[in-house]
Every structure is written in structure tokens, then in C-alpha cells.
Write a protein that binds this ligand. Structure first.
Ligand code: HPA
Ligand code: ZN
Length: 315
């Protein structure tokens, strides 16, 4: 099964580049940039990766991103991701980045994007992997702050294909970002949003009707609303599901309890993605293998999911 999955061409549509920063590289960048980490060793850092929910993960994830200072730091991190995922059959990636995590620390938007673009070009020429960037707004911050971030991004308009919405979901509905998404769409950008990971089905409706997203990131809580599931099926709106993430962040108790197979059986266009692989214990290949094992997916079902990933992509 592993060889079958690794040889299957796959696209990844739900991947936070800051979530690919492995402990080893984090320590290397900390030392390169003269930054002290709270943890004495890679092992101690890894041992802290025990999460009870989304927020407990985000706290440690934002802290880890503090070692990223220079253009080459972003390039090195992204290149490490491309190499690893490419070895597992990745052909195309649509990659989230969180500019506010960096600009709030005094790092220029341009520094982040130049580093990521450099890695994208190398991934294409050295590995044959194509990619696009999706700018995510942090939903625990205000819409005015998101608007300022869009202002910073527009001089580099061609660097990104879409805008997205991530960070703490509960209490921060998509409707909070109606105006900034409207402006991004007017600029010709596509839209996606995290919804229905910890938040209710209502947030998925809002993402579709107010933000006019083309895909829902996570979306697994749609299952609580049969009318919503019917809409996702009728309109073939893709869900970018992240199985290992969902278990680590306690959305499901175990992988066997995951609803991906039920959604697939209902006709929802599901894809499999890694979310933050350095924190959740697996890249795209490992997410496919673990899910296939736990839910007893057939080869035909796995092929459908891989095909969905290209159908759902923006290329
Ligand atoms: N959900 C919300 N925000 C995030 C995630 C996630 O899974 N990963 C990184 N930022
Ligand atoms: Zn995510």
C-alpha cells in the first residue's frame, strides 16, 4: 500500500508552510540568527508537541515561527518541505503562509514572499514540483489588520493565487472578514477558508455564501448538517481534509473514528492533506497511508482522492 500511495501523483492543497518547520531546522535557524529557544534540545521540543485542541497547538506553532528572520530562512524551510513531500509523490502544492505572524515581529512581507518564491522556483526546476501561494489572514486578529496585510501584499499581487483564513476558529466566524475577502476577490484573487474544523457548520455556510470560497479547508463538521452536505455534493465543493492533524488536535479521538470515508461515500469531493506536518507526525504520503489503513480504503478510493486533489487545485 505504501509503495502504491507513494508512486501515485498527488497535489497538496492544505499545507501551512510555517507548519513544516522541523525541530532540527528550528534549532539550526535559532543558532544562525542568535535566538534563544525555550527548549534545551530537539527532543525536549518534540516532547512538547502534545496538544489538547487547536489553540494549544497554535500557541507553540507561533512561537516556533519566531526563528524565521531572513529571506533564506523561509527559502530553506520551504525547500525542505518540497524535498520531503516530493519523495512521497507530491507533484503540486498550494501553500498557505501567515504574513501577520512575521510582519508583527518586524519582518517585511517582501522578505517572506521572496524566500518562498525562491524555493518555489527551485522546487520546479530541481524536483518538477509546481506550486502556488495562498495568503492566510489570522482570524483571531481584526478585519482592519487583515486589510492592512492585503495592502502590503498587493504590490506583489502576482506572488499569490488566493487568500485564506486560519488560526483560532471558535468565536471568529468567516463573516468577520467579509469586506477584506470582497476586496481580495475584486483584485482577482480566489478565496478559501478554514471552516468546520472546531467551528460549527454555520461557519461553512458563511465561508461559502459570504466569503465565496472555492474550497473549504477541513470542513469535517459539515456532517452535522445534512442540507450542507447535500450542497457540497451538488456543487462539488472540495474539502481539504487533514486526517493526522484532526487526531492530534482532538477533532476525532482516533483515525478509525474519522468521517473521511463517510464523506467520500456520500459523494463529497474530499482530499487528503498534511496541514502542519512537522507538528502532526506525517507528510502527505503518511497521511494517505495512515488513513487508508485506519478506514480500509480501497486502491480505487485512494485514486479518487488523489484525482480530487488535482481537480480541486487552482491550476
Ligand atoms: N487550523 C487553523 N489554523 C491553523 C491550522 C489549522 O489546522 N494550522 C495552522 N494554522
Ligand atoms: Zn490548516
Amino acid at each position: 500500500m505504501r509503495e502504491f500511495i507513494e508512486s501515485l501523483p498527488k497535489a497538496e492543497l492544505h499545507l501551512h508552510i510555517e507548519g513544516t518547520l522541523e525541530p532540527g531546522l528550528m534549532f539550526e535557524l535559532a543558532s544562525r540568527n542568535g535566538i534563544a529557544l525555550r527548549y534545551p534540545s530537539v527532543e525536549a521540543l518534540r516532547a512538547a508537541y502534545q496538544f489538547s485542541d487547536l489553540q494549544s497547538f497554535l500557541d507553540i506553532y507561533y512561537e516556533g515561527a519566531g526563528v524565521l528572520q531572513k529571506r533564506e530562512d523561509f527559502a530553506d524551510m520551504a525547500m525542505a518541505y518540497f524535498r520531503k513531500a516530493s519523495s512521497q509523490g507530491l507533484k503540486h502544492a498550494e501553500i498557505f503562509f501567515d504574513p501577520q505572524t512575521h510582519t508583527s515581529r518586524g519582518i517585511k512581507y517582501e522578505t517572506v514572499v521572496r524566500g518562498l518564491r525562491e524555493a518555489q522556483e527551485r522546487a520546479k526546476s530541481e524536483l518538477g514540483v509546481t506550486s502556488a501561494l495562498i495568503l492566510c489572514f489570522l482570524r483571531h486578529l481584526s478585519e482592519d489588520e487583515a486589510m492592512l496585510t492585503l495592502d502590503e501584499a498587493l504590490p506583489f499581487r502576482d506572488a499569490i493565487v488566493a487568500v485564506g483564513l486560519d488560526s483560532s476558529e471558535r468565536g471568529h466566524p468567516p463573516s468577520k472578514f467579509a469586506r477584506v475577502f470582497e476586496r481580495a476577490r475584486a483584485e482577482g484573487l480566489l478565496a478559501v477558508a478554514h471552516a468546520g474544523e472546531e467551528g460549527p457548520p454555520e461557519y461553512i455556510w458563511e465561508a461559502l455564501d459570504i466569503l465565496k470560497v472555492r474550497r473549504i479547508d477541513h470542513g469535517v463538521r459539515c456532517i452535522e448538517d445534512p442540507r450542507l452536505v447535500q450542497r457540497l455534493v451538488d456543487e462539488q465543493i472540495p474539502l481539504t481534509v487533514c486526517p493526522l492533524s484532526n487526531v492530534k488536535l482532538r477533532v476525532f479521538d482516533t483515525l478509525r473514528d474519522h468521517n473521511l470515508k463517510r464523506l467520500l461515500d456520500l459523494g463529497v469531493k474530499v482530499t487528503i492533506n498534511s496541514d502542519d506536518p512537522a507538528y502532526f507526525g506525517g507528510y502527505i504520503g503518511e497521511n494517505y497511508v495512515a488513513t487508508a489503513d485506519a478506514l480500509a480504503l480501497t486502491q480505487a478510493e485512494i485514486e479518487t482522492i488523489a484525482k480530487n486533489s488535482f481537480d480541486a487545485s487552482f491550476v
